[in-house]
Design a protein around this ligand. Structure first.
Ligand code: IPM
Ligand code: MN
Length: 350
């Protein structure tokens, strides 16, 4: 019996999570596993009502779960950064989810803005470090609001944090068909932090002789995502660059409506989410694409060891995309509502 924490969050979060859970229910019956959902209402509404974002007691409770399923956080009524830092980043850090795993896969019949590229050209995965770097929240301001203001934002790279991320990426690359791992950094400028990444990459790489090693500076990487996405198989990179290049990756694979990700602690509690935000302007309209949230359930099942269920979801998403009923990935242009897309995927499973 799995215990799954559900945090629908803000904006369109609850609508897409509902579709993800619909699919989870169908899959669980098909491959026969039991689960219990524990719902949490953390997010903008609760914060505005009570001033509470995420109490430490909740984190202790989360540690007893098997996995967490998250919708989206962020709301225009709450100052930017408050919920992002207080909820999403706090969870990633407190649960030590040190990997942010983001597959970039172009499915058949999905439109990509890149001319002449097909599904065989766009199939890679980004391993983003998820607990350090510029996200560590260290730094401060001096003389704030004056003409002499000084703002310092630290970029922390620890040998331990970098090495465990790189090791995870090598292990993943080794399991994939092409067995190629590209380190993406900016070591030509960040000569302390990213020099550490390069040395760790070379040293850990010694243990993975069968994995082909490659390197790209992050600016060039952005160019190649568009020009030659087929060059990439597995990518490992720091927190901030991983954040940026996976939005680009999402567009390359047809849009944020289909991109899912996992915040993974291989030794602890992991959390799965669509990588898009809370899209408040679509809230309650039944217009947003739930496929990213559904794909996140697939990743979640894989993490739980329910590989058959994960495969069923992946196949059902592919069928939903090729059956001709979904016209476009973008919210409002799908030709179907959020619930109808959820039903379509669920029907292909049951
Ligand atoms: C993401 C998001 C978050 C991040 C924000 C909401 C803090 O953009 O998951 O990619 O920067 O990690
Ligand atoms: Mn992001």
């Amino acid at each position: 019996m799995y215990k799954i924490g559900v945090l629908p969050g803000d904006g369109v979060g609850p609508e897409i999570v509902k579709e993800g859970l619909k699919v989870l229910n169908v899959v669980s019956k098909k491959v026969k596993f039991d689960y219990e959902l524990v719902h949490y209402d953390f997010g903008a509404e609760r914060y505005l009502k009570t001033g509470e974002i995420l109490p430490d007691s909740a984190i202790e409770e989360f540690k007893k779960l098997d996995v967490i399923y998250l919708g989206a956080v962020g709301h225009p009524k709450v100052q930017t950064g408050v919920l992002e830092k207080g909820l999403l980043l706090k969870l990633r850090f407190a649960l030590d989810q040190y990997i942010n795993l983001r597959p970039v896969v172009l499915y058949h019949r999905v439109w990509t803005p890149i001319k002449d590229k097909e599904p065989k050209d766009i199939n890679f995965v980004v391993v983003r470090e998820n607990t350090e770097g510029a996200y560590c929240g260290m730094g401060g301001v001096f003389k704030k609001g004056t003409a002499y203001e000084v703002a310092i934002q630290e970029d922390i790279n620890t040998r331990h944090g970098v090495e465990r991320c790189i090791r995870f990426a090598f292990k993943l690359a080794q399991k994939r068909k092409r067995k190629k791992l590209t380190l993406v950094d900016k070591a030509n400028v960040l000569t302390y932090g990213h020099d550490l990444w390069q040395r760790a990459f070379d040293e850990v790489g010694e243990e993975y002789k069968d994995v082909q090693k490659d390197h790209a500076f992050v600016d060039a990487c952005c160019m190649w995502f568009v020009k030659n996405p087929e060059w990439f198989d597995t990518i490992v990179t720091c927190n901030m660059f991983g954040d940026i290049i996976t939005d680009l990756g999402a567009v390359v694979q047809g849009g944020l409506g289909i991109a899912a990700g996992g915040n993974i602690n291989p030794e602890g509690v992991s959390m799965f989410e669509p990588i898009h935000g809370s899209a408040p302007k679509y809230e309650g309209k039944n217009m947003i694409n739930p496929l990213a949230a559904i794909a996140a359930v697939g990743m979640m099942l894989e993490n739980m060891g329910e590989e058959e269920g994960a495969k069923l979801i992946d196949e059902a998403i592919k069928k939903a995309l090729t059956c001709g009923k979904i016209e476009n990935m973008a919210a409002g242009k799908m030709g179907l509502s959020t619930t109808q897309v959820g039903d379509l995927v669920a029907d292909f499973i049951s």
